[in-house]
Design a protein around this ligand. Structure first.
Ligand code: SAM
Length: 291
């Protein structure tokens, strides 16, 4: 099952008419779990890659961009994050980043597939980097959509770190009822953040999430942008939603002060990247307005 050396190409259908092919230099794992097909392989330029079904989930060369922007932007905006829920996130990158914050007391991660966590532990330790063994970390195995109704008014931050809903196990995490339950699980001043895909290739994903979250939260959801390495398409959209329909867009000086106080090490995230992420290009603003 593990450690094959045959060179092979892995294809991802980005969108209709665009396929990306990655040459694997070494296959590390190919597993058919109860829920999904998982492969982990080494590449020359992207480092190790984890693919689930037909989609790239994470690369060791570029995951920091996604995970740092997904986690540090809302955490520093909120500024008093203690209790966090991650839905999906089986590679452990989101957990690793949130656990860097000393004020965080508890991180609950709901993932449907225990084997993803085991494979990530074994083959991608540079991504989870001890997060699964942190005493503040709790893993619950099951469909996030079925477990989340058990939480009410619990979390300062909810991170939706699931693969795109392309007919796989994550479909349940993109439904209106799931987003309604996220709202109930969030504290009154909490922030929800979700990966919204790569809008230049798949604007419909970001638009449908903005529109569903807007409906669930009964107030406008919005986006901020980050660089994109793992998924191609130039830039990555992160969706935010709050009960008030606003997010505290801090001044650069305020972000710098909070970041310095947090005293965390990052590779991509910087106060400037954070500040700039809320200023949308004209086309991106139009995509959001069409949601
Ligand atoms: N960053 C990635 C992306 O943008 O594609 C997501 C990576 S993470 C590995 C996705 C995780 O979501 C996987 O570990 C998978 O098992 C989990 N997942 C899929 N469907 C789920 C569900 N219904 N409930 C909870 N976790 C789910």
């Amino acid at each position: 099952m593990h450690a094959m050396t045959k060179i092979k190409w892995h294809y991802e259908q980005m969108t209709s008419g665009i396929h990306v092919a990655l040459r694997s230099e070494k296959e590390l794992a190919n597993v058919e779990t109860e829920f999904q097909d998982v492969s982990i392989f080494e590449t020359r330029h992207l480092g190790k890659v984890m693919r689930i079904d037909d989609g790239i989930q994470v690369t060791t060369r570029g995951e920091h961009i996604y995970h740092e922007m997904m986690v540090h932007v809302p955490t520093l905006v909120h500024n008093r994050v203690k209790n966090v829920l991650i839905v999906g996130g089986g590679d452990g990158g989101s957990a690793r980043e949130i656990l860097k914050h000393h004020g965080v007391e508890k991180v609950v991660m709901l993932d449907i597939d225990e084997q993803i966590i085991e494979l990530s532990r074994e083959f991608l330790p540079e991504i989870n980097n001890g997060a699964f063994d942190d005493p503040r970390f709790e893993l619950r195995i099951g469909d996030g959509a079925e477990i989340i109704p058990q939480y009410s008014n619990c979390f300062d931050l909810i991170v939706l770190d699931a693969a795109d809903p392309d007919g796989g196990a994550s479909e349940t995490l993109f439904t209106q009822s799931f987003f309604n339950n996220c709202l109930s699980a969030l504290k009154s001043d909490g922030i929800l953040v979700a990966q919204g895909g790569t809008p230049y290739f798949e604007p419909y994903m970001m638009q449908s999430m903005v529109s569903r979250l807007t409906q669930a939260f009964n107030n406008p959801a919005g986006i901020y942008m980050g660089g994109c390495f793992d998924y191609f398409g130039g830039s990555h959209a992160f969706i935010w939603a709050t009960r008030s329909g606003t997010i505290n867009t801090l001044s650069l000086e305020e972000i710098e002060s909070r970041f310095n106080k947090a005293d965390i090490q990052t590779k991509y995230y910087s106060p400037e990247a954070h500040f700039g992420s809320f200023f949308l290009s004209k086309d991106m603003r139009e995509y959001v307005n069409q949601a």
